[in-house]
Design a protein around this ligand. Structure first.
Ligand SMILES: *Cc1c(COP(=O)(O)O)cnc(C)c1O
Length: 387
């Protein structure tokens, strides 16, 4: 039996244990502590944000962002449809209503023109949403400038879900630092991980201070545990922040390794008929958190599920592109704005194993397994593994 190749496993560096040991040696096992402060500062330096609050997950960060903006029962929040459910679940936690927006073909992210016409229409009828959540999918920034411009024009705050896109750039700047609030995730499958964790960033110091307050049970300044607001237990532990500090030391290497995976996949498989890789618009650089492609079944000779099942039979984990949220049973009553771009990407899209710890042998196994589906038994035609 060959060794399993996973989609995106954790990849520890050399220093995580040292930071964790410091936490043990000083008995800072409690939540919050010096590693949390340092993790926030180091994170801000790397991505170029002014303020950050480390929290227990990316989902918690999105929930806090909605609270900070004042999203309440009955409000509407516009949200990318092609994403993981965690982007939209906190809208429901607030008893607000998601309105999902389709992707464009060039970035796979929220279509700025659809957003613009939707906001224009909503302004005309006096029914603007309370916020917009734009997702930067699979390591690729959305086209932020026109999205931010139209949000500013109508005074609607922009939340950026950059959970999958730490290490990407948009016009030289990091996605997650453009809008009112940005969020990141350090879940086990993300480009760096604290085993579980997240970050909320903003250039508004008051918002981040309020996020910390809400994430720490909303305790008023009093010795006797007084509360004037409902809070949450959302802060990151000092032990896990130690892992995060170690992971930040190797972030640029992790990005380079994932971009290299993409280059190898694309140069080895890019010429097969019916295969198209996720495009990279010239406004930025994708981190290639996951290498994603679409398969045209007629040209390729097999559809996405056939390919995925062949890989799975060889212990290779590949996943369909996110099922759009407007197609999810739990969101079926929500309004949807757009056409069939996200639906088409879901039907034909596949995410390949993309870990920063993949070996050349792993990559070769994935590539020849996919090529074999196309070529069948015509072994002589199997393309060379290109590095
Ligand atoms: C992973 C992810 C999240 C949630 O992050 P957690 O840390 O797992 O809560 C949110 N949005 C997107 C797009 C994600 O991929």
């Amino acid at each position: 039996m060959s060794k399993p190749i996973l989609l995106s496993p954790p990849h520890m560096g050399d220093r995580e244990l040292e930071f964790v040991k410091q936490a043990f040696d000083t008995n800072w096992i409690a939540p919050i502590g010096p590693h949390v402060d340092a993790f926030e500062q180091e994170f801000c330096q790397i991505i170029g944000a002014d303020h950050a609050a480390a929290v227990s997950s990316g989902t918690a960060a999105i929930h806090l962002a909605l609270q900070l903006i004042g999203v309440e029962s009955g409000d509407e929040v516009f949200c990318s449809t092609l994403t993981f459910a965690a982007t939209a679940n906190p809208i429901i936690y607030q008893r607000a209503k998601p309105v999902f927006i389709d992707s464009d073909h060039t970035s796979w992210n929220m279509n700025p023109e659809l957003l613009q016409s939707a906001l224009e229409h909503r302004a005309r009828i006096g029914k603007l949403p309370k916020a917009v959540i734009v997702v930067h999918l699979y390591g690729q920034s959305a086209d932020i400038d026109p999205i931010l411009q139209v949000c500013n024009q109508y005074g609607v705050p922009l939340i950026e879900d950059a959970a999958e896109s730490l290490g990407a750039t948009y016009k030289g700047q990091h996605p997650g630092t453009f809008g009112c609030i940005g969020i990141y995730s350090f879940n086990g499958n993300k480009i760096i991980t604290t085993s579980g964790g997240g970050m909320l960033v903003s250039n508004n110091a008051d918002l981040v201070a309020k996020a910390r307050f809400l994430a720490t049970q909303a305790r008023d300044r009093a010795p006797h545990y007084q509360h004037s607001e409902i809070g949450y237990n959302y802060r990151l532990s000092n032990v896990l922040a130690g892992i995060g500090r170690g992971q930040l030391c190797v972030l640029s290497e992790r990005v380079a390794a994932r971009q290299r995976n993409f280059e190898i996949y694309a140069s080895s498989l890019g010429n097969l008929p019916g295969i198209e890789f996720m495009p990279e618009p010239d406004f930025g650089r994708a981190s290639r958190w996951l290498t994603c492609l679409t398969i045209d079944p007629e040209a390729f000779g097999a559809d996405r599920e056939q390919v995925r099942n062949c890989l799975s039979a060889q212990q290779i984990e590949a996943r369909p592109v996110w099922k759009p949220l407007h197609l999810q049973p739990v969101f079926s009553a929500c309004e949807y704005i757009g056409g069939a771009v996200a639906e088409d990407l879901f039907r034909r899209g596949l995410c390949l194993p993309s870990g920063s710890n993949l070996t050349n042998e792993d990559l070769e196994r994935v590539i020849s397994a996919i090529a074999a589906v196309h070529y069948g038994n015509e072994k002589s035609q199997t393309p060379l593994f290109v590095i």
